[in-house]
Design a protein around this ligand. Structure first.
Ligand code: AMP
Length: 373
């Protein structure tokens, strides 16, 4: 079966690496500026046509469908994909996840409306479009806040933390205007966890155990799964959240939910309609990786077991060059994305597995220290 992937970064790479053993074939759509290095040799790589901006969604969809070798299914590796193109592609083949789900996740405003709509809790927030609204929102919420643009913001990009009035003054002095943004109260979380869920086309669902995550400057640094010390109450909240989200969205594939834990309560931060960095540990830590399960879901194959044997962790390689030999340990697994190194750029990760949670955490900390200090 031919799978078309919109995007050609590391997530597309790891999807293809997981799909080849299943007999799946891949083609990738590069957007302007994409080099395609991550997917070199893993399938047919095509670039958007030069005049794509002037083409109608229907004409572009037809072009993309044929350029991607008439795939049976098209999927995405990122949320910033034109939804009208995805909708138009549905006249040629299956598109999973559904473009409506992608739309919800690509705009923080729509996403928060959806999260509120399913009855889940979030940090207090106000959507703003002007500098006056921004000032009024901060007045209402009180410091500290974090301001995030509704679109085109990820990995700490287009986000501003403001702790005191002086930070707002500086922001106002350096910006003439503001695009649609969400002003969020900064919560004092005890930890961040994420949920990696998968739903097949026949409605069956599976979930991996909650993952604990550590971020630096808004970018994921490390994960550990199963997250430790999840009491019954939190476990119930996690289960309830997964049900509420999957029960209210027409979804096929892997969906990630990033959360904060504040005073034992689960607050949703954001959703991702795709395989997720905090699920990379599943490559060695779970019976079936998130990448394989995403492909199984969209290709109509039975979902694989999400069972975890022991404990697993992941350390992101951000703007650092580490070779496979350096990372080599009997329980550590090196993954490179075939990318050139730039500051903070995700160029690979190391997965570590262990039969003891404390020993795993120690090894994660040692690995982080060796790489970043
Ligand atoms: P995001 O781009 O929304 O995933 O945010 C990136 C990271 O910034 C999160 O993983 C948190 O570490 C931090 N962060 C974002 N929003 C908040 C918030 N409302 N309160 C505290 N920390 C936050």
């Amino acid at each position: 079966m031919q799978i078309g992937i919109i995007g050609c970064g590391q997530l597309a790479r790891m999807l293809a690496l997981a799909g080849w053993p299943l007999g799946l074939k891949f083609s990738f759509l590069a957007e302007p500026g994409d080099t395609g290095d991550c997917v070199l040799g893993l399938g047919n790589l095509v670039s958007m046509p030069d005049d794509f901006e002037t083409m109608s969604a229907a004409a572009l969809a037809e072009w993309v469908y044929f350029a991607l070798d008439k795939p049976s299914v098209i999927t995405v590796e990122k949320e910033s994909v034109p939804v009208d193109l995805l909708e138009a592609l549905k006249t040629h083949c299956a598109v999973y996840p559904d473009p409506k789900a992608v739309r919800i996740c690509q705009n923080r405003g729509c996403e928060k409306e959806f999260i509120e709509g399913v009855g889940a809790t979030m940090a207090p927030k106000i959507i703003v479009n002007t500098m006056e609204e921004l000032e009024a929102a901060i007045e209402q919420l009180g410091f500290p806040v974090i301001v995030k643009t509704c679109e085109e913001g990820y990995d700490g990009l287009n986000q501003w933390k403001m702790d005191v009035a002086g930070d707002l003054v500086k922001f106002l002095a350096s910006h003439d205007s503001i695009v649609e943004s969400v002003v969020e109260k900064r919560v004092n979380f005890s930890r961040e966890i994420s949920l990696i869920l998968v739903r097949a086309a026949d409605g069956r669902t599976a979930s991996y155990p909650a993952t604990q995550n550590w971020h630096e400057g808004g970018i994921l640094r490390a994960s550990l799964a199963p997250a430790q010390n999840i009491d019954n109450d939190l476990a119930k909240q996690i289960e309830d959240l997964a049900e509420r989200v999957l029960g209210n969205i027409d979804y096929v594939g892997v969906l990630a939910i990033e959360c904060f834990v504040v005073d034992g309560k689960l607050l949703v931060n954001e959703l991702a309609p795709r395989v997720h960095n905090s699920g990379h540990w599943t490559q060695q830590g779970a019976a079936t990786s998130q990448f394989e399960n995403h492909l199984r879901a969209i290709a109509g194959l039975p979902l694989g077991s999400t069972d975890v044997h022991g404990f697993a962790g992941m350390v992101n390689l951000l703007g650092v060059e580490i070779d496979a030999q350096t990372a080599l340990k009997p329980n550590a697994f090196f993954h490179t994305y075939n990318k050139s190194v730039r500051p903070n750029r995700k160029v690979g990760h190391i997965n570590i597995v262990h039969n003891d949670a404390n020993s795993l955490k120690l090894q994660l900390d040692k690995t982080l220290a060796a790489i970043y200090s």
